[in-house]
Design a protein around this ligand. Structure first.
Ligand SMILES: [Cu+2]
Length: 465
C-alpha cells in the first residue's frame, strides 16, 4: 500500500470514529456505556430543537467492535419507560437478544443492564429497543454497530457510514404525528424530513480512483428507499452486513432495518460528483453526495475486484431441510388477542393496542411477564429449514428473524440474487423462500420491521429447542 493510500485510509477511519462513544473510563468496567435519555438535537432546516431519544450525545451513534472479541455494553435507562436493547442481526446468545419478557426482564427507568457477547460475524448491524418502538425509533433511539474483520483490512481506501432516517417533525423541530390507525393499517407513517446521518444529503470528499465502501443502513420505521448511484457504477457487496457475491446496484430496496454495503471506484475526473439516490419516485431523492477532488490514487488499486471475503455462516442443507410456511395477512381480527391480554396487567408499552396484521392468521398480543402465545413453529437446533413466506397483503413487509442469518433463495416475482440476510423485503403477493440452520435454543422473534405493522399484530416467534 502506498503512503498516500494509507494516509487516506486513516482519514476515512477517523471520520467514522468521531461518531463513536468513547470507551468508558473510571467507575464503569464496560467497554461502552449507552445511556438512553431525551436529549435536544438540531435537525436541518428546523427552527428549534427536537427532543430526541438517544443513547449518547451524538446522533447517529456508531460503535465499532472486533469480530469474535468479547465486548461489554452497559445500558443505562434514563427514559421514563422501561426499555432494553435488541442487537439486530447479531447471532449472539439468546439472553442478550434484548426482547422484554421474552429474553430478559425489562430494564426499568433508572436501572442498568450489561450486555456481553462476542459478535461472530463481521458487518454492519443495528440496535434499538423492542417495545414501544414506534415512539422510540421515531424519536431516534437507535444505533449501529460495525463488526470489524481483519480479513477486510486494506480492501478500501475510504468508507462512509450512511444512516438513513425520516424525522416526523414540523418546521419548528417539534414532533409531527407519529402514527395513525389509517397509516398503521397501510404502508406506515412517513416523516417529512429525510436525513442521512442527521443531515440533508451530506457531501463527502473522495479522491479520484479511490476504492469507496458505503455502508448503508435504514433505521427508519416505514420508508423503503430504492438505492441507486449516479455518476459511478456501484456493486452491492454485502446484504445486512454479510458479504455476498457482488452484483450491480440497480434500484436495490432497503426496507427498515435492512443494510447494504455498496462499493465503487471514484471516477478519475476531478470535480466529478457521485450521488446516492432513492429512485422510488420518478424524480430521484439525493441521499448523499461524493465530490471527487485531490490527487488521484494509484492505478494499482483499481484492478482488484470490489468484493469482501466470503461470509462464514451456517450453510443450510437445502435437500434435507424441513419446510415451513409463513403467511403475512392483513385485516385480521383475532379473538385470541383480547383473551390473552386479560393476562397482561398494567404494562401498556409492550401491549398490542390495535390489530391490523397477522402471521399465519394469528395476531401478536404483545409481551407480558405473565405469559406468551404459542410459537409459530418449533425447530431443532442444527436442523435446516426452508420457510416459504407469502405476502397476501397489498403492502410491502421487511420481515426480520432474530438470532439467525438466513439465505434468501428464491422469489416468485423477482430475480433476487441468492444472498444472506436477517431482514427480507416482500412485495405484495410475493412468495419468497429463505433457508437457515436452527440456531441456539430459545424463542426468537419473527416480525415485520415496518414498526407500525410489528406493533399492530405482525409478530410471532420461532422456538428453537
Ligand atoms: Cu409489514
Amino acid at each position: 500500500m502506498s503512503q498516500t493510500r494509507r494516509q487516506f485510509l486513516a482519514t476515512g477511519a477517523a471520520a467514522i470514529a468521531a461518531t463513536a462513544l468513547p470507551r468508558a473510563a473510571g467507575a464503569a468496567t464496560a467497554d461502552f456505556v449507552l445511556e438512553a435519555k431525551e436529549r435536544p438535537i438540531r435537525l436541518p432546516g428546523c427552527g428549534g430543537p427536537t427532543l430526541a431519544w438517544t443513547y449518547a450525545e451524538t446522533w447517529p451513534l456508531a460503535l465499532r467492535v472486533k469480530r469474535r472479541q468479547p465486548v461489554t455494553i452497559e445500558f443505562r435507562n434514563g427514559l421514563k419507560e422501561h426499555s432494553s436493547i435488541h442487537w439486530h442481526g447479531l447471532r449472539i446468545p439468546h439472553a442478550m437478544d434484548g426482547v422484554p419478557w421474552i429474553t430478559q426482564d425489562p430494564v426499568k427507568p433508572g436501572d442498568r443492564f450489561t450486555y456481553s457477547f462476542a459478535p461472530p460475524d463481521p458487518g454492519l448491524f443495528f440496535f434499538h429497543p423492542h417495545c414501544d418502538d414506534i415512539t422510540a425509533l421515531s424519536h431516534g433511539l437507535a444505533g449501529v454497530i460495525i463488526v470489524e474483520d481483519p480479513r477486510e483490512e486494506g480492501l478500501f481506501d475510504q468508507e462512509e457510514l450512511l444512516v438513513l432516517m425520516d424525522w416526523r417533525v414540523k418546521d419548528d423541530g417539534s414532533y409531527d404525528t407519529i402514527t395513525t390507525d389509517k397509516t398503521a393499517a397501510r404502508a406506515g407513517t412517513f416523516g417529512r424530513l429525510r436525513t442521512t446521518n442527521g443531515q440533508l444529503a451530506p457531501a463527502y470528499q473522495v479522491r479520484p480512483g479511490a476504492r469507496l465502501r458505503l455502508r448503508c443502513i435504514n433505521v427508519d420505521a416505514s420508508r423503503i428507499p430504492l438505492l441507486d448511484l449516479a455518476g459511478a457504477a456501484g456493486q452491492v457487496i454485502a446484504t445486512d452486513g454479510n458479504a455476498c457475491a457482488p452484483f450491480p446496484l440497480a434500484a436495490w430496496p432497503l426496507g427498515p432495518a435492512m443494510r447494504a454495503d455498496l462499493a465503487l471506484i471514484a471516477p478519475d475526473e476531478a470535480e466529478a460528483v457521485i450521488e446516492l439516490h432513492d429512485v422510488w419516485q420518478s424524480t430521484p431523492v439525493v441521499l448523499a453526495r461524493f465530490e471527487v477532488a485531490g490527487e488521484p490514487l494509484p492505478m494499482a488499486g483499481r484492478d482488484r475486484p470490489l468484493a469482501l471475503p466470503p461470509a462464514e455462516l451456517p450453510e443450510p442443507d437445502l435437500a434435507n431441510a424441513v419446510k415451513l410456511e409463513l403467511d403475512l395477512g392483513a385485516g385480521v381480527t383475532d379473538p385470541a388477542v383480547a383473551e390473552f391480554q386479560k393476562l397482561f396487567g398494567a404494562d401498556e408499552i409492550c401491549t398490542t393496542q390495535r390489530v391490523f396484521w397477522s402471521l399465519n392468521t394469528r395476531a401478536w398480543p404483545g409481551m407480558a411477564a405473565t405469559g406468551k402465545p404459542e410459537p409459530l413453529a418449533v425447530m431443532k437446533s442444527g436442523t435446516s429449514y426452508i420457510v416459504e413466506i407469502f405476502n397476501g397483503t397489498p403492502h410491502r413487509h421487511p420481515m426480520h428473524l432474530h438470532g439467525h442469518t438466513f439465505k434468501v433463495i428464491g422469489s416468485s416475482k423477482r430475480d433476487v440474487p441468492v444472498h444472506w440476510a436477517d431482514t427480507v423485503l416482500l412485495e405484495p403477493k410475493e412468495r419468497l423462500k429463505i433457508a437457515f440452520v436452527g440456531g441456539e435454543p430459545g424463542d426468537w422473534m419473527v416480525h415485520c420491521h415496518i414498526i407500525e405493522h410489528q406493533e399492530t399484530g405482525m409478530m410471532g416467534y420461532y422456538r428453537v429447542a
